[in-house]
Ligand binder design. Structure first.
Ligand code: GLU
Length: 303
């Protein structure tokens, strides 16, 4: 792989599984303002790799909403569905170095394995030293050993024992699709992303991504995991929890709410101001140190 130089570059990487909701707006606002406060570039990536979960038209709808809210991105968006060759090349690199191996296990085989932090199963290592006799390869996994340390700019120091957490994880699924962990690492490296700012639901994926960066020789970005917006029941806002589409709201009202969620105090009048005034205020007052040091918070009134 070849990598671009390390000028500040941030990104927002929505999955087009539904319309943009308040939680995704918070990630967009945080990553955009962090990039601009570092005079950096801000890029968009449409994470439409998991085709069965994508909703037709959702990506276009997300882009139109971002534009209407006054976000400005610096390059044409990258679509993961068009990046298969790059993921294939990364997988070949992992295979060639013996880091990846084929796995025959089905969901049923793994049902009794202990749960990892992110709710998946910890892989018990069944196919690590070769496929069991009579079984054929379904997915590809990466050997995951050792500890990963990183300091998240909001969530603080993190330490993950890879083997004790998810264990050897999937990089190519049984249905042939590349896993999110692989795609995100390949794409961030190819785009020269220096700073990943996103919701804290992805904090648990970060150690695996850092591990893959090491195996692929890709640079490690800085990580900032913003508090995750939840409903009153503490559930992540999503299509499943019936989060309301943010595009139905007045942009300035929603942006003021996102800034407040991120610990800032825009005056009430900004909710009725022009987007130019609003973004000017936001860029002048943005400070990562104001963001609450918590993993999740209720998005009162915005779900
Ligand atoms: N596509 C992921 C999501 O919408 C975000 C991935 C990332 O920011 O790394 O939750």
């Amino acid at each position: 792989m070849t990598f671009s130089p390390r000028l500040y570059a941030g990104r927002f990487a929505p999955s087009p599984t539904g319309a943009l909701h308040f939680g995704s707006l918070v990630a967009a606002v945080g990553s955009f303002l962090e990039a601009r406060s570092h005079q950096g570039r801000w890029l968009l990536r449409i994470e439409d790799i998991d085709a069965p979960r994508c909703v037709p038209g959702a990506a276009e709808d997300i882009l139109a909403t971002l534009e209407r809210f006054g976000f400005e991105w610096d390059e044409a968006p990258v679509w993961q569905s068009r990046r298969g060759e790059a993921y294939e090349a990364a997988l070949e690199q992992l295979k060639a170095r013996g880091f990846a191996y084929p796995c025959a296990c089905t969901r049923r085989d793994l049902a009794a394995a202990p749960a990892a932090r992110d709710g998946s199963h910890r892989y018990p290592g069944t196919c690590r030293d070769g496929l069991p006799p009579g079984r054929s390869a379904r997915a590809w996994r990466v050997r995951a050993d050792g500890r990963i340390h990183f300091v998240d700019a909001v969530q603080g120091p993190q330490e993950v024992d890879l083997a004790a957490d998810a264990g050897d994880y999937i990089v190519r699924r049984a249905d042939g699709l590349f896993a999110y962990q692989l795609a995100v690492v390949v794409d961030d490296a190819a785009a020269g992303i220096t700073d990943v700012v996103r919701g804290a639901d992805l904090l648990d994926s970060t150690a695996r991504q850092i591990h893959l960066q090491r195996l692929l020789g890709a640079p490690r970005p800085n990580y900032t995991h913003l508090p995750l917006a939840t409903n009153a029941a503490g559930e992540k806002l999503s299509k499943q929890t019936l989060a309301r589409a943010i595009g139905d709201r007045a942009p300035a009202v929603a942006l003021v709410a996102a800034l407040r969620f991120l610990g800032h105090n825009p005056p009430d009048t900004l909710a009725h101001a022009s987007l130019t005034e609003l973004w000017h205020w936001a860029q002048t007052h943005w400070s990562l140190s104001a963001v609450p040091r918590c993993r999740q918070a209720v998005a009162s009134g915005f779900y």
